[in-house]
Design a protein around this ligand. Structure first.
Ligand code: GAP
Length: 459
C-alpha cells in the first residue's frame, strides 16, 4: 500500500491539479497529446529548474571531487555498439493477437491481453532506442540514436576531462540532460515518459574500493531526498539480486519511493566496474587507463553511478509535499515544498487595488523580485489568493494593507503554520531570505513584532 493513501492523493487528482495550476501539461495538448511526452508550464518549469539546481549544487558545486559536463544528445553510433545498448537495451514485447495492442511482458501479471483478454504472441525483444538520420539521406550508414542515457557522454569524455581538470581519483563527472526511450508502455503521469530529463554522474574510483564507494553514494543520495523534505518512511532501498542486474552492473540498489500507485524506483545506484571504459577502449583503440601517482600503477578505473530522472524526482516531491487540511468549513490543498525547490518563493498581495496601495505594493514587489521568484497577485479576495498560493506551494505571502502606508510595515504569512508576523518593509527582504534559508522563526529583525498569532502558533 502506498504511504500516500494518508492524504488520499490519487494520480488523477495530482494530474488535474498540476494542469490547473500550470505545473505540467500533456505535450501537444490541442492535438490530443502525444503519449509519454509532457510539457512543464510556468510553475512546473521553476520547480524543474530548482530540483536540477539543488542536485547540481549538492553533487557538483559543493564538492571538490566532481566536475560537470554537457555532452551532445546525438553521438557516433559506435558509442552505442560499444556500450552494449544496440544489443541489450531492449524490453520483452508481446502483442495481442486479437486487438493488436502491444505490452511490455515484464509488466503483465497474467498471460493474456490486459485490454481485451486476448491471446498474446511469443515474447520478442524490442530495442527502445529512438533512431533517426544525420544529413539529408535516410540510409543505414546515416543512422544515429537519440541517447537513452547521458552516461555514455561522460565515459567517452573521461580522458578529456581528466587531462583538462587536473582531478585525481576518486573523482566524478556529472551531467543533466534529455534522454529518450521508446518505452513499449508509458503511464503513471511523468513516472515513465518517452522523453525525460536525466541527472546522473559517473564516479571514477580505484578497483577494489567499489563496495565502500557504492555504499557511500547510496547513503548520500538517500539522504539528499530527505534533506529536501521527502519523508523517511516514504523511501526504501531495494538491493537488487544478481538476476535483476543490468548487463554492466556488479551491484545495484534502487532508492524506491511510495508513489500513489505503489512503491516504485526513484533512483538507481549502480556499481558498473570498468565495463564501459574498457568497452570504449577496445572499440575506439584509445586508452582509458589512469596513472596512479601514488602506487605508480596504470589501471582502468571502476565506476559507481547514481542516476535519476528529474521528472520522476519531481513526481516524488509533488506527491510528498501534497496535503489536504481541514480549514474551518473548507479543505485547504497545499504543497509543503522545501523552500529550495518551491517554484515561487514569495507572493506580494495588496489588500486592495486602490491606486495608492497598488503603487506601494508594486514598489515592495520590485524590491523583492531580484532576490527570489516572486509573484504579484491582486485578484479576488485575500483568502482566495492565499489558497491559490498554497496550491502553488509558495512558502511566504507578503500582504500590504492601508496601515502599511502609515507605518511602512507588511505582514508575512507562512504557508505551513499560516502564522502571520508583521515586519518593517526595510527588513522584509532579509527576513524572507533568512526564513527561506531555514532560520528560526523567532529570529526577527530589530523592530519586527508579532502582528497576529494563530492558535498554538509560536511566532
Ligand atoms: N545510466 C543509467 C540509467 O540510465 P536507468 O535505471 O535505466 O539507468 C535511471 O535509469 C533513472 O532514470 C531511473 O531510476 C528513473 O529515475 C529514470 N527513468 C528511467 N526511465 C525513465 C522513463 N521512461 N521516464 C522517466 N524516468 C525514467
Amino acid at each position: 500500500m502506498s504511504a500516500n493513501n494518508e492524504t488520499k492523493l490519487t494520480l488523477d487528482k495530482l494530474v488535474s491539479l498540476c494542469q490547473r495550476r500550470g505545473f505540467i501539461f500533456p505535450s501537444s495538448d490541442i492535438y490530443g497529446g502525444l503519449s509519454g511526452c509532457w510539457d512543464f508550464g510556468p510553475v512546473g518549469v521553476e520547480l524543474m529548474r530548482n530540483v536540477k539546481a539543488a542536485w547540481w549544487r549538492s553533487v557538483v558545486q559543493e564538492r571538490d571531487d566532481m566536475v560537470g559536463i554537457d555532452t551532445s544528445i546525438l553521438m557516433n553510433p559506435k558509442v552505442w555498439e560499444a556500450s552494449g545498448h544496440i544489443t541489450n537495451f531492449s524490453d520483452p514485447l508481446v502483442e495481442c493477437k486479437n486487438c493488436h495492442l502491444r505490452w511490455k511482458a515484464d509488466d503483465l501479471k497474467e498471460n493474456k491481453c490486459p485490454s481485451c483478454g486476448g491471446e498474446l504472441t511469443e515474447e520478442r525483444m524490442f530495442n527502445t532506442m529512438f533512431k533517426t538520420f544525420v544529413g539529408p539521406v535516410e540510409e543505414d550508414a546515416a543512422v544515429v540514436y537519440l541517447r537513452p542515457e547521458t552516461a555514455q557522454g561522460m565515459f567517452v569524455n573521461f580522458q578529456n576531462v581528466l587531462n583538462t581538470s587536473r582531478k585525481r581519483l576518486p573523482f566524478g563527472i556529472a551531467q543533466q540532460g534529455k534522454a529518450f526511450r521508446n518505452e513499449i508502455t508509458t503511464g503513471n503521469f511523468i513516472f515513465r515518459s518517452r522523453e525525460f530529463e536525466l541527472m546522473e554522474f559517473e564516479f571514477f574510483i580505484k578497483p577494489g574500493t567499489q563496495d565502500r564507494w557504492f555504499e557511500y553514494w547510496v547513503n548520500e543520495r538517500y539522504e539528499w531526498y530527505q534533506k529536501l523534505g521527502i519523508k523517511k518512511d516514504h523511501l526504501k532501498l531495494h538491493h537488487k539480486k544478481k538476476e535483476e542486474l543490468a548487463h554492466y552492473a556488479l551491484a545495484c540498489t534502487d532508492i524506491e519511493f511510495s508513489f500513489p500507485m505503489g512503491w516504485g524506483e526513484l533512483e538507481g545506484v549502480a556499481s558498473r566496474s570498468d565495463y564501459d571504459l574498457t568497452q570504449h577502449a577496445n572499440a575506439s583503440g584509445k586508452s582509458m587507463e589512469y596513472f596512479d601517482d601514488e602506487t605508480k600503477e596504470h589501471y582502468v578505473p571502476y565506476v559507481v553511478e547514481p542516476s535519476v530522472g528529474a521528472g520522476r524526482a519531481i513526481l516524488a516531491f509533488l506527491c510528498d509535499a501534497y496535503d489536504e487540511e481541514p480549514d474551518k468549513d473548507e479543505t485547504r490543498v497545499v504543497f509543503h515544498f522545501h523552500p529550495d525547490i518551491a517554484p515561487i518563493k514569495v507572493a506580494v498581495l495588496p489588500l486592495s487595488r486602490k491606486e495608492n496601495l497598488a503603487a506601494f505594493a508594486k514598489d515592495v514587489y520590485s524590491k523583492l523580485r531580484p532576490a527570489f521568484a516572486t509573484q504579484y497577485d491582486d485578484t479576488q479576495s485575500i483568502g482566495r489568493r492565499y489558497r491559490r498560493q498554497d496550491e502553488l506551494g509558495t512558502p511566504y505571502c507578503v500582504t500590504v494593507d492601508f496601515q502599511s502606508l502609515e507605518d511602512n510595515m507588511a505582514t508575512i504569512r507562512e504557508r505551513d503554520s499560516m502564522n502571520q508576523i508583521r515586519v518593517p518593509i526595510a527588513v522584509l527582504k532579509n527576513t524572507l531570505l533568512a526564513k527561506l534559508a531555514g532560520e528560526d522563526i523567532m529570529a526577527l529583525p530589530e523592530g519586527g513584532k508579532v502582528w497576529k498569532q494563530e492558535s498554538g502558533g509560536q511566532v
